[in-house]
Ligand binder design. Structure first.
Ligand code: FES
Length: 183
């Protein structure tokens, strides 16, 4: 059955379901960034989601990352709404890099109304949240999928690349809160 929302946005979009199907496939996420540098969409599993290729920025090193100790960084700019977190989850995650495919990065802004998720990583459940505003919680092992709360859109995931020991942010999957488009 054809996804009508995918038809409406053409080749710039890919359904979140299709993206989720690429769990753990770094190459796939990077390819999606190459193939679908498009617009923002996406509220549920079948809605299209934007994959934006953005300027490469070094955000950390594999050797200094400690499991379940999130490292804050700003991406793609230093604007206060661009706060993000880099974290080694200790278990395989969608889009995860490193030997265990467990290094991921996400926006630190809730997709509901932009509540800050700083300091709200839960190591036991590998989630960000609950957001202090309306309690949304995002699963960081599953591309930031909403597991509870008011948000209807997954947490914006940062595309990553590892070059030797260095970790780079290279783009975004989904729309940053407060923006009509990424970059
Ligand atoms: S702003 Fe985070 S749940 Fe509303």
């Amino acid at each position: 059955m054809t996804d009508p929302s995918a038809e409406s946005c053409g080749s710039d979009c890919v359904s979140r379901r299709l993206f989720l199907a690429s769990t753990g496939a770094v190459t796939a996420t990077l390819l999606l960034g190459e193939i679908f540098p498009g617009r923002v969409h996406g509220q549920n599993a079948d809605a299209p989601v934007e994959v934006s290729k953005l300027p490469r920025k070094k955000i950390g090193q594999v050797s200094t990352l400690e499991q379940d100790r999130p490292v804050p960084f700003d991406y793609p700019t230093d604007h206060y709404l661009n706060n993000c977190l880099l974290v080694k989850l200790g278990e395989k995650a969608g889009g995860g890099l490193g030997e265990a495919q467990d290094i991921v990065a996400f926006s630190g802004r809730c997709t509901h109304m932009g509540g800050s998720l700083d300091g709200l990583y839960n190591a036991e459940h590998k989630v960000a949240g609950p957001c202090a505003e309306h309690l949304t919680t995002f699963d960081l092992t599953r591309h930031g999928m909403v597991v509870a709360g008011h948000a209807t859109q997954a947490l914006t995931q940062v595309l990553l690349e590892v070059d030797g020991d260095d970790i780079y942010a290279t783009g975004l999957v989904g729309l940053l809160y407060g923006y009509s488009r990424n970059g």
